[in-house]
Each structure stands twice: as C-alpha cells, then as structure tokens.
Design a protein around this ligand. Structure first.
Ligand code: FCA
Length: 334
C-alpha cells in the first residue's frame, strides 16, 4: 500500500515544494515598501512643518513612507540625497535652500536613479530658466502678490489714509523668482490704486524668516523718521511679522501700520490670537496641506505608474485676517 501511494505522495510533495518555491520567489519579487524624502530649506517654519506632516499623513494612507529632512544649505541637500540613496528611497520632494542648485541636485539624483519634484521654490538651470524635467508645484506668485497689494490698498482706504503720507516697506529677495514675483505683484496693484512710487522703499532681506524681516526693516524705518504711516509686504508672513516687530521697537503705533503677508500658517495664527491687534493686518493664506500632500502624491504616482506630473502647478490664496482666520483655516484644511 505504501508502495502504491508513494508515487502520488511524491508528486504532491514535489508540487507543494514547487509551489513554495514559486510562492517564495513571488514574495521576493514584491517590491520593498516605497520610501520618499521630503526636503525643506527651513524646517522650523510652520509652513514647511505642515507640508511635511501632510505628506507623511498621505503616506500612511497610501502605503509609502516619508523621510523628512532639513536641508538649509547645498551641502546638506547633497548629503540628504546620498542618505536617501543608501536607504533605498526612490525619490524626493524638495523646497531647495537656493534655486541655483538645480543642476547639482539633478546630477546627484541621477546617480541613484531617483525621481524628484520641487515644491514652493522652483529650481533653475545655469541660465536661470526653470530646470527642465523637474515637475513643480507652487503658488501663483504674481497673482498672490496682487492680492497682497489689494488687501493693503483696501485697508488704507478703510482707515482713510492719504497715499502721500504713507511709506511702503517692500522687503525683497530678488534672487528667488517666486519672491520677486510676489513683491512685484503687490507693487503693481498698490500703484494701480494710487500709491506713490517715490514712497516705496526697498529692504533686501538675507533670510526669508522673521529675523530676516526684522533686520531688513530696521535700518529703512530708521532712515525715514518723517514717515508716520507704513504699509509692509514681502514674500511671506514670517518676514512681514519680523518687520512689524521692528516698527514696534521704534514705537510706531499698531494703528499706523498695515502689514500683509503670505502663507497662512502657525505664526499668523498666533498673531491673530493676541488680545490687541498689531500692525500685522492679514495674510494671503495658501494651503500648505495641499502643497505637501499634492507634491508627494505627484511624485509617488510618477514612481508607481510612470506618469510624469504636470510641469508647473500653481495654487491660489485667500485673504485671512483677525476677523476670519479660523474660517479660512478650516476652508483650506490647514
Ligand atoms: C517660499 C517661502 C515660504 C513659503 C513658500 C511657499 O519658500 O520662503 O515661506 O511662502 O515659498
């Protein structure tokens, strides 16, 4: 009997073994879980914290992991790409510390066969044009600048300010295209509303944060003690808040200052919650949640399906003030 069954048993055994082998090799063929990097130039800024958080949350839902890395300078960016390569990451989203790093970042990513997309600040090539082959998602900078200018002009009218008695503190970072487009947009709209060109004073900033805003604003304010009313604009709300702090240090009353920023993130929320209104009138809020989530989604789809994301996606914003900030925050899912 044993002899009779043996060939069948053997056969079954072989089949089972074969299946196991097939099964095992199928297992081996399942790719390791997808991992991407999310690199930002200013990890302490609420805007970027929220972007990274949104990308991580998407990963939890869609089965990929996100390595958040702080890359405040070019060396840190290259080291981060090496590090991601060593971890087997297949790509990264980046808001670079300097847009001129474009060719260097592209070359390093190629070494590891990694795909990457930019968020917020678009990389340029050696001639200053947007870097080809790198999909970007960022603000519609000029239009958002127009909204800043309009918010300032409307508030000036509401307060009954005469253009000839008002100075504008325009804090600039002309090396960064998105920053220049934002401040140019605001200037265009202010002028169209009757603002005096001669009353606009430039204050170049070294860093795009509060400290950069404070340091840029202080000397310009000090040079014009004759001007009693100020409007302030810049590429983001952190910079405007720094400049508002500079007006406070010079004892310029809050009611004589109209600062309007861009972003709509933690620092603006904290300012709106202060008991007394400050010179920070409002900000054009854009959804950092959408920026983080959608740029990560674009990259992951590209890696998983081979479908290249759109070359340039531009997002819109809404005026957020002390009066409506909670509602706008909710609406934008920030
Ligand atoms: C730039 C600014 C940030 C944010 C982002 C969208 O990177 O530095 O504060 O405005 O664009």
């Amino acid at each position: 009997m044993i002899n009779k069954i043996r060939p069948r048993t053997l056969c079954a055994l072989v089949a089972a073994m074969a299946m196991t082998v097939v099964g095992l090799s199928a297992c081996n063929r399942t790719p390791p879980p997808l991992k991407i990097g999310f690199l930002v130039k200013m990890p302490e800024q609420a805007w970027f914290i929220n972007e990274q958080k949104a990308a991580t949350a998407l990963g939890q839902k869609e089965g990929f992991s996100v390595v958040s890395i702080a890359t405040p300078d070019g060396e840190k960016v290259l080291a981060a790409i090496d590090n991601l390569g060593a971890q087997g990451a297949q790509g990264f989203v980046i808001c670079p510390p300097d847009v001129r790093l474009g060719p260097a970042i592209q070359a390093r990513a190629r070494q590891y066969n990694m795909k990457f997309v930019t968020v917020d600040d678009r990389l340029v090539d050696s001639s200053g044009k947007p870097l080809a082959g790198v999909p970007h998602l960022g603000m519609s900078s000029f239009k958002i600048g127009n909204q800043v200018g309009q918010a300032i002009a409307d508030e000036m009218k509401r307060r009954g300010w005469k253009p000839e008695e008002v100075g504008a503190l325009r804090i600039t970072d002309d090396q960064l295209p998105t920053a220049k487009q934002r401040t140019d947009g605001a200037t265009e709209t202010l002028l169209a509303n009757g603002f005096k060109q001669a009353n606009i004073f430039d204050a170049p900033q070294r860093t795009t944060d509060d400290e950069g805003g404070f340091n840029a604003a202080s000397p310009v304010l000090a040079q014009h003690p004759d001007i009693k009313k100020w409007v302030i604009y810049a590429l983001n709300e952190e910079t405007v808040l720094g400049a508002v702090r500079a007006t406070e240090q010079l004892h310029i009353p809050a009611e004589d200052v109209i600062g309007v920023g861009i972003n709509g993130a933690g620092e603006a929320f904290a300012e709106f919650q202060k008991k007394q209104a400050t010179g920070f009138y409002g900000t054009i809020a854009v959804s950092s949640t959408n920026h983080g989530r959608d740029s990560a989604q674009n990259l992951v789809d590209w890696i998983r399906t081979g479908k290249e994301p759109p070359a340039d996606t531009q997002t819109t914003g809404m005026l957020m003030t002390r009066e409506n900030w909670q509602k706008v925050r909710e609406e934008l899912g920030i």
